[in-house]
Design a binder for this molecule. Structure first.
Ligand SMILES: Nc1ncnc2c1ncn2[C@@H]1O[C@H](COP(=O)(O)OP(=O)(O)OP(=O)(O)O)[C@@H](O)[C@H]1O
Length: 241
């Protein structure tokens, strides 16, 4: 079997003296959508940020496309093809949509996504191109955050709670967008609190507790076994229906 696109092994990450990730390990294959679930504060965001080197793990190894990236500066990690869609659909609120995309495109890797292609793929962003980021709706801001990552032509997207704060209809739209990105060959690792959303778009689910992976399985395994969500997430299956 070929080498995974991304692999973490024995990763320990700290904030100062606080030990957050404990010997964390998992693999991601090219073309997968993997959702990380877990209760508040278990280290989901820290996992994505450790891959980006903010902060870098204190021990363990992170490999991307067969090369060690743990310990490299963040800009180097990003330039190797790791795209970042931060929590809270963070964009530049005082810059227009065009300026937000141009700024991201300025650091772009070679690839098929150009600003022009982005506007074809996201007609809503084209319509709103002269609006300031801060005046966009939550859904439009999330689209812009994804578009900013996409225009850099990454091979792997790290998405931190892409459904957060969005209405059910817009969550569906973002889900369709993630599925489309994946159908075009993109690999996606996302952190989610929304169980139903994560189950609907992921090929595989990892559940974290206390800075480590405690469960790995397919969405159907989780749907079929109410005990899993109850035990690890403290929720009933109704949320997964
Ligand atoms: N910059 C920081 N400095 C110190 N501690 C931090 C920092 N960021 C996060 N933490 C702590 O690290 C732990 C893991 O946080 P993290 O954000 O990774 O959890 P999470 O699983 O993503 O939770 P949530 O779903 O609430 O965002 C928490 O106890 C949090 O308080």
């Amino acid at each position: 079997m070929s080498e995974p696109l991304l692999s973490l092994s024995g990763v320990n990450t700290y904030y100062g003296e606080s030990h957050i990730l404990h010997d964390l390990g998992f693999d991601l294959r090219k073309g997968e959508v993997v959702g990380i679930l877990g209760r508040n504060g278990v280290g989901k965001t820290t996992t994505l940020q450790s891959i980006l080197g903010i902060p870098a793990p204190r021990s363990g190894e992170i490999r991307f496309r067969g090369e060690t990236i743990s310990g490299l500066p963040t800009h180097d990690i990003v330039s190797r093809g790791v795209g970042w869609v931060p929590q809270g659909h963070r964009i530049f609120p005082t810059l227009t949509v065009v300026e937000n995309i141009e700024l991201a495109a300025a650091r772009s890797r070679p690839g098929s996504w150009t600003a022009e292609r982005i506007y074809e793929a996201f007609p809503r962003l084209h319509t709103r191109r002269d609006a300031r980021g801060g005046s966009l709706s939550g859904g439009e801001q999330q689209m812009l955050a994804i578009a900013r990552a996409l225009v850099q032509n990454p091979e792997l997207f790290l998405m931190d709670e892409p459904s957060e704060g969005l209405s059910p209809l817009i969550v569906q739209e973002i889900g369709a967008l993630i599925k489309r990105l994946n159908a075009e060959g993109n690999t996606i690792l996302l952190v989610e609190q929304n169980l139903a959303f994560a189950l609907s778009i992921s090929h595989r689910i990892l559940i974290m507790a206390k800075g480590a992976i405690v469960y790995s399985g397919k969405p159907d395994d989780i749907r079929d076994d109410p005990d899993i969500t109850h035990r690890f997430l403290g929720v009933g299956t109704a949320a997964a229906d």
